[in-house]
Design a protein around this ligand. Structure first.
Ligand SMILES: Cc1cc2nc3c(=O)[nH]c(=O)nc-3n(C[C@H](O)[C@H](O)[C@H](O)COP(=O)(O)OP(=O)(O)OC[C@H]3O[C@@H](n4cnc5c(N)ncnc54)[C@H](O)[C@@H]3O)c2cc1C
Length: 446
């Protein structure tokens, strides 16, 4: 068994260290706290949750719940400890954050195969490693990663526009076309507005409530990437001359005339299950996003797969720079994990940490890395990371739009989720079996 390194003792790195150790390796886990803090962490604990104390749903017919069934199959320490520190929260896995982090720290620090080193890592290690330094990766390491991946390989802020599901849209009120007829013709869905609809939309947008955010989270807004509500504040026509410009588009439903304004939705996946509201990065509160954006023609019943947000976040341009399992192309044994890879959220970051450990273990044993199929939630996330358009790459959370569609369309939403979930669980089990992957809990003690 090998000596392996994990950098970052957050959710992803702690889980990865545990997974590697349970698979028989000697692991050195580097965590820079308490000697160097982050603007969000408050304690010295490993696996600290920095904001909400909820790991979201455990219901397997929910996208987050499905991801948890996959993590459980791999023997996730996070889920085991979250159960021990659980407080009432309905179908959500809610924890006492202090108890959770204390138990997590104890489990990692007392593991006979793990050595925790409290120091900042400022270089990419030359030995086989997992890098899981999170959305607030220290400056020194960020600079080194950027030098390795190039200027466009690392982002420091995200400006996320909402994504809606295709089957929740009213396609009758929209039309497929690219501006000036460029591209494939159906790369974009367009929601046209007349002057009256536009004015009502702008007024509602101006009156909507935004998140206050954290002081340290203050984002330097770039002119090309202003929140949609800030653009609306600048003037009645700012959006009409910006992301909602109607030029280059004729509305077939209106006899080929031009609209007063158009919201464009860009395809997020090849199957066309997810659509991104182009230029609608926002800090509006979630309820407000639902209320305001459902005023857009065709989005009256929109299901939001990802909410808009703008905050500080260090993440890699995975599709442009990394292999399918998240390594540097010339270093399959240097694997990135956690939020740094471009997933968003506690459980997503942790799940990617487990997969990184599974793959570093495989590489150490002379096996090829593997990723689950895109009918599973972890496989869907990994496919999103690997195959997104690098020009528009933005962090993503778990949602059913990431999965391959069912062979037969199912209209009933609950039934559809049940079918996607049971197919995902079966395929995840089959993937583990066909690759000889067993749960960390089940690895025999040598
Ligand atoms: C303010 C804030 C609020 C958030 N709120 C939520 C939320 O409510 N729900 C949610 O699901 N997600 C939330 N997220 C996202 C959340 O941070 C991630 O989902 C999750 O913590 C990522 O896990 P991670 O292990 O990748 O990173 P982290 O948990 O951040 O762990 C990274 C670790 O690496 C350490 N580190 C950094 N650089 C170095 C270095 N050079 N050397 C050694 N150690 C280093 C850090 O100290 C840290 O312990 C939030 C993020 C932020 C910043």
């Amino acid at each position: 068994m090998a000596n392996l390194t994990v950098v970052g003792g957050g959710l992803s790195g702690s889980e990865a260290a545990f997974q590697l150790a349970e698979r028989g390796h000697q692991v050195t886990l580097h965590e820079m706290r308490p000697f160097r803090g982050t603007p969000a962490h408050q304690t010295d604990f490993l696996g600290e949750v920095v904001c909400t104390n909820s790991f979201k749903s455990v219901d397997p017919t929910n996208a987050h719940g499905l991801l948890k069934t996959e993590m459980r199959a791999l023997g996730s320490i996070l889920l085991r400890i979250a159960e021990e520190a659980r407080v009432p929260g309905g179908s959500a896995l809610v924890v006492d954050r202090h108890d959770f982090a204390r138990r997590m720290t104890s489990a990692i620090e007392s593991h006979p195969q793990i050595r925790v080193v409290r120091e900042e890592v400022a270089e990419l290690p030359s030995a086989p490693s997992i890098i899981a330094t999170g959305p607030l990766t220290s400056d020194a390491l960020s600079i080194r990663i950027q030098e390795t991946l190039g200027e466009a390989g690392l982002a420091f802020f995200d400006a996320i526009a909402p994504i809606v599901s295709d089957d929740s849209l009213d396609h009758e009120s929209m039309f497929a076309a690219s501006r000036w007829g460029k591209g494939e013709g159906d790369d974009y869905l367009n929601a046209p507005m007349n002057a009256e609809q536009y004015t009502a939309f702008i007024e509602t947008l101006r009156g909507a409530q935004s998140h206050e955010g954290y002081d340290w989270d203050a984002v330097p807004y770039f002119e090309g990437c202003l929140p949609v509500e800030v653009m609306a504040e600048r003037g009645e026509d700012t959006l009409r001359f910006g992301p909602m410009k109607p030029i280059g588009l004729r509305v077939p439903q209106w006899g080929g005339t031009r609209a007063h304004a158009v919201v464009q939705l860009r395809r997020e996946d090849k199957a066309g299950q997810m659509w991104n509201l182009v230029g609608f990065q926002t800090r509006l509160k979630i309820g407000e996003q639902r209320r305001v954006f459902r005023m857009i023609p065709g989005l009256e019943n929109a299901e939001f797969l990802r909410w808009g947000s703008i905050h500080r976040n260090t993440y890699l341009n995975f599709p442009a720079r990394l292999t399918r399992h998240g390594s540097l192309p010339d270093r399959p044994d240097l694997i990135f994990a956690g939020q740094l890879t471009g997933v968003e959220g506690y459980t997503e970051s942790t799940a990617v940490g487990i997969l990184a450990a599974v793959n570093l273990d495989r590489i150490a044993r002379g096996l090829e890395p593997t990723v689950p199929p895109p009918t599973t939630m972890l496989g869907g996330l990994m496919r999103y990371l690997a195959e997104s358009d690098p020009r528009h790459f933005q962090p993503m959370n778990s949602n059913f739009g990431l999965l391959d569609p069912l062979d037969e369309p199912v209209r009933n939403k609950q039934r559809k989720r049940e079918l996607l979930s049971s197919r995902g669980q079966d395929d995840f089990t089959a993937w583990m079996e066909s690759n000889g992957i067993i749960s960390a809990d089940a690895v025999p003690v040598l």
